[in-house]
Design a protein. Structure first.
Length: 143
């Protein structure tokens, strides 16, 4: 959460599931970040898109795993075509489960790539600062 705040994010829109519990816990210590709950991922992204357009501010949103990303694709496309400054994250199953293809698992980078400026999966925690900074720079740079 501190990385998003450092990039100027003040609002995070989301529809959390169990893979996002760490985000929800981290928000308890971040009064400068407002969390806006949505009950369906397409609506979550549309709310974040609207906020980003109205405020001009870099905005974050989070969707719940591959089905949530699938639900959000139409709204992500709208935000992408409008040039909205969004960082969109998605929960993912623990990496060790990938080969067993558990319920709710999917190829999220492949799903997102056609409708975003940049898609990347964080596989090492130590890469997160650099990746979040790059995502913010890409999101706020005109096409």
């Amino acid at each position: 959460m501190s990385l998003l705040a450092q990039e100027g994010v003040t609002h995070i829109f989301g529809n959390p599931g169990t893979t996002e519990l760490a985000i929800m816990h981290a928000l308890n210590d971040r009064a400068e970040l407002a969390y806006v709950l949505g009950l369906q991922e397409s609506v979550v992204v549309a709310m974040a898109d609207g906020f980003a357009r109205a405020s001009g501010a870099l905005t974050a949103c989070n969707v719940h795993v591959a089905p949530g990303l699938g639900n959000a694709i139409g709204s992500i496309y709208n935000a992408y075509k409008s040039g909205s400054p969004l960082i969109i994250t998605a929960g993912q199953q623990e990496q060790g489960h990938g080969l067993t293809e558990p319920l709710l698992y999917g190829p999220m980078i492949d799903m997102a790539r056609p409708v975003v400026k940049w898609a990347h999966e964080i596989s090492r925690i130590e890469d997160m600062p650099r990746i979040i900074h790059r995502a913010a720079k890409i999101a706020t740079t005109a096409p």
